[in-house]
Design a protein around this ligand. Structure first.
Ligand SMILES: [Zn+2]
Length: 428
């Protein structure tokens, strides 16, 4: 870790991107100890301890505003007002990101802290928060009520401590992380601030026992086959999209995937047909592919496409033989349902060192994880990024009995704050 200090007036410069190996013997705890000597940092940390009740109230308020993916506007509006109330200069971009800026002394560099707004629950799902002892129970209370609450708590603590950072801090509540949102919000944020981003910290859920520093790449694809359709008896010999899809998928299932890089596939949806005695006009399938390697993703997708084409070819040949005509055809069309690129934070990344230092200071054991999160986008472009939790305890994510217990939330928020400040640098 590079650290420049002028004793007397303590000034912590941002960590610079250079090989930490040269600095390894002194790396441990140095920037953090300097941060902790800053009076305003200490004040911000103490403020986090005081804000527990307020933070939980904001979390409940936001959770009770429905925000299915693509329908986040009402919740976005609410958080925009809260961002303004905690001293951030706010705006909403064309993708629906609510961005709250805390200007640093350097106008150029930014550290982005994000939390996704959307939930997996469809419109109409009851979202009233129920209390069960210490537990708050409601869909989305933790994923991502905990992330949004952590950002608010951190922003308010910095505001009250009047802490000035070197890089600007951008707090973003972003849409479209879940389901078929395809990380649209984060894509736009990275596009807007690319070139200025020193680091991205995506706050998601509660857990503080992990650091998602490796992005799991995934690709989702829909294939649709269409033909003229007809009567099962009168039009026998017409190529049937269901038969073609079945032939294609069964060929695809012969594909072999490696254990390392771990790669998986799943045909999760099949839709076709209107009645048992109708040659259907359309059949579709949805495929999900995940891999530790982008190359494997590409390979599996091309195996799938070839298998489908071959299945269609076989079906048309069989139909032509039965009907003595090769006129009617089956058309194939593909639609991307999502493409999450992969990437990894290098082991010697200053961002990783920063979160490790925060964990040592807070006595918080954690492990590196690979997962599919908003951090995929910056990681795939070589921008330092992690996804971590907002603190507290939680369970039942993506289920109607999702719960959150704020016990220990302060640790999660302090962890985010110390990590971000180690990267941004703070002014005396
Ligand atoms: Zn989430």
């Amino acid at each position: 870790m590079q650290l420049r200090r002028s004793y007397g007036i303590l000034e912590v410069m941002p960590l610079t991107l250079r090989s930490p190996r040269a600095a390894a013997p002194e790396a441990e705890g140095v920037p953090l100890s300097a941060l902790l000597q800053n009076k305003r940092v200490a004040q911000a940390l103490a403020t986090i301890d005081r804000l527990g009740t307020w933070t939980t109230e904001q979390q409940i308020f936001l959770t009770e505003i429905p925000a299915p993916t693509f329908q986040e506007a009402a919740r976005a509006d609410a958080i925009r007002k809260l961002f303004t109330a905690v001293g951030l200069r706010t705006r909403t971009d064309s993708a629906g990101n609510v961005i709250g800026e805390r200007a640093g002394t350097s106008k150029k560099d930014v550290v982005l802290l994000s939390a996704h707004l959307d939930t997996v629950f469809p419109a109409g799902t009851p979202v009233k928060v129920q209390r069960d002892g210490r537990r708050l129970v409601a869909p989305g209370i933790s994923d991502n009520g905990a992330g949004l609450a952590a950002l608010l708590c951190m922003a308010r603590a910095l505001h009250e401590a009047k802490l000035r950072t070197h890089s600007s801090l951008l707090f973003a509540a972003n849409p479209a992380e879940e389901g078929e949102g395809n990380l649209r919000g984060m894509r736009k944020l990275v596009e807007t601030f690319r070139g200025r981003l020193r680091a991205v910290i995506a706050v998601d859920g509660a857990a503080t026992d992990h650091i998602t520093a490796k992005a799991l790449a995934s690709r989702r694809l829909e294939v649709s086959l269409s033909g003229p359709g007809g009567h099962s008896w009168a039009d026998f010999g017409m190529p049937n999209p269901v038969h073609a899809l079945a032939r294609g998928i069964s060929k695809f299932l012969a594909v072999r995937v490696p254990d390392s890089p771990r790669t998986t596939f799943n045909v999760g949806v099949l839709q076709a047909g209107t009645s048992v005695n109708t040659i259907c006009a359309q059949a579709l399938a949805k495929l999900d592919i995940r891999s530790e390697s982008d190359t494997e993703l590409g390979r599996i997708e091309s195996v799938f496409r070839k298998a489908i084409e071959s299945g269609v070819g076989e079906e048309m040949a069989a139909a032509a033989e039965a009907a003595h005509s090769s006129d009617p055809r089956i058309e194939i069309s593909y639609r991307s349902l999502g493409d999450r690129p992969g990437g990894e934070l290098p082991d010697d990344s200053p961002l990783l060192e920063a979160v490790h230092q925060a964990d040592r200071h807070l006595n918080n054991p954690s492990r590196i994880e690979r997962s599919s999160t908003d951090a995929n986008i910056p990681l795939s472009l070589g921008i330092p990024a992690i996804s971590i939790g907002g603190g507290g305890r939680a369970g039942g994510a993506h289920s109607l009995c999702e719960w959150y217990d704020p016990t220990g939330r302060e640790l999660g928020v302090k962890r985010i704050l110390l990590t971000a400040l180690a990267i941004s640098g703070v002014e005396p």
